[in-house]
Design a protein around this ligand. Structure first.
Ligand SMILES: Nc1ncnc2c1ncn2[C@@H]1O[C@H](COP(=O)(O)OP(=O)(O)OP(=O)(O)O)[C@@H](O)[C@H]1O
Ligand SMILES: [Mg+2]
Length: 325
């Protein structure tokens, strides 16, 4: 039994420094039981370090964290019994079959006898792997390997699950299926803490935190994160993106621009007023525009905007989002 506690995860000024870098900087975070918490941020933001601190496999430099009601420094063993951790480079045993991998993890977590048999069968079915149970792990598709890794992480029925970029490099259909399985776990009451580079996955979370250089810049429900972005958004496809962007940025009422492939996203103070002005200006400069429309800001735009703000405030050490490209 875990201790009575309202929160699955609580951290207070949790910090971890390495020689040259503060990977996690005074993180204070409360996550309720049953949440799906999404952690996003660019490479090196501190996501993996945060997860390793919470899984009690790395000690903080300062600050404290409780997971499932237990202190990560004092009660690491109690925590390990109650959590599942799918590391960013989770290792399956390629020469072992699907079922042998599950049995191997059952051994590690001392799940034996009838309970093991029942659980392995349930997990195979849950991960949609029953018909592949005798296939060697090395011969599974990337998506199936991720599902098997997840199943192995669930063998001891953890109440809190930490997943570090569990779907990176997996095709969109398999990613969706993986998230269907996570939704099932969520419905069963498991608390999920997931880091992801994919914004559509962040949208599925009850709350999402954006990390940048060890700081949690924002932490809120997806809709509220999107509300943080100021202005209304216009999307258009100009025939000369670079030139169009330069012209548009000089126009009154333009708050920010971002590019997406061959699309230009323009945040303005007032779309009704600015759309005709934009169209006239671009036309007069010989730029052809297609697909102009007003659209809703997405999570990705909100995050880019927030990180840029942080860089503009001069608080960032190492800008990763260029203002120019
Ligand atoms: N064991 C370590 N020794 C020294 N520096 C480390 C160590 N682990 C992480 N770091 C540094 O801490 C910072 C945060 O790294 P971390 O792996 O937590 O980032 P991340 O957000 O998970 O990145 P990614 O998206 O690339 O996985 C980076 O600057 C990294 O180089
Ligand atoms: Mg990482």
């Amino acid at each position: 039994m875990s201790k009575d506690n309202d929160f699955a995860i609580e951290t207070h000024d949790l910090s971890r420094a390495f020689k040259n870098v503060v990977a996690v900087d005074k993180l204070s975070l409360d996550i309720e039981r049953g949440e799906i918490f999404g952690l996003v941020g660019p490479d090196g933001a501190g996501k993996t370090t945060t997860i390793r601190l919470l899984c009690a496999i790395m000690n903080p430099t300062s600050g404290a964290a409780k997971v499932a009601g237990f202190d990560t420094l004092k009660d690491a063993e109690e925590i390990k019994k109650r959590i599942g951790y799918m590391a960013q480079r989770f290792n399956l045993y390629g020469d072992l079959s699907v079922i042998e991998n599950l049995n191997f993890f059952a051994d590690i977590f001392a799940v034996s006898g009838d309970v093991r048999e029942e659980r392995v069968a349930q997990l195979l079915s849950f991960a949609r792997l029953t018909e592949f149970k005798d296939r060697r792990a090395a011969q599974l598709s990337g998506g199936m390997q991720k599902k098997l890794a997840l199943a192995c992480t669930l063998i001891h029925e953890p109440e809190i699950l930490f997943l570090d970029e569990p779907t990176t490099g997996v095709d969109p259909v398999s990613r969706r299926e993986f998230w269907d399985i996570l939704s099932d776990l969520h419905l069963r009451g498991v608390t999920l803490f997931v880091s992801t580079p994919y914004m559509d996955e962040a949208e599925r979370c009850s709350r999402v935190g954006l990390m940048f250089e060890g700081d949690m810049i924002v932490c809120d429900e997806p809709e509220k994160v999107k509300d943080l972005i100021s202005g209304e958004l216009i999307e258009l496809r100009p025939d000369n993106l670079r030139k169009a962007r330069k012209i548009v940025e000089a126009l009154d009422g333009v708050l920010e621009t971002q590019t997406y492939g061959d699309l230009l996203h323009i945040f303005v103070d007032n779309t009704e007023k600015r759309i005709p002005e934009l169209e006239n200006l671009l036309e007069s400069q010989g730029i052809e525009v297609t697909g102009l429309r007003q659209t809703k800001p997405r999570m990705e735009e909100a995050f880019i905007s927030l990180i840029r703000k942080r860089i503009a405030e001069g608080r960032a050490n190492n800008p990763v989002v260029s203002e120019k490209d």
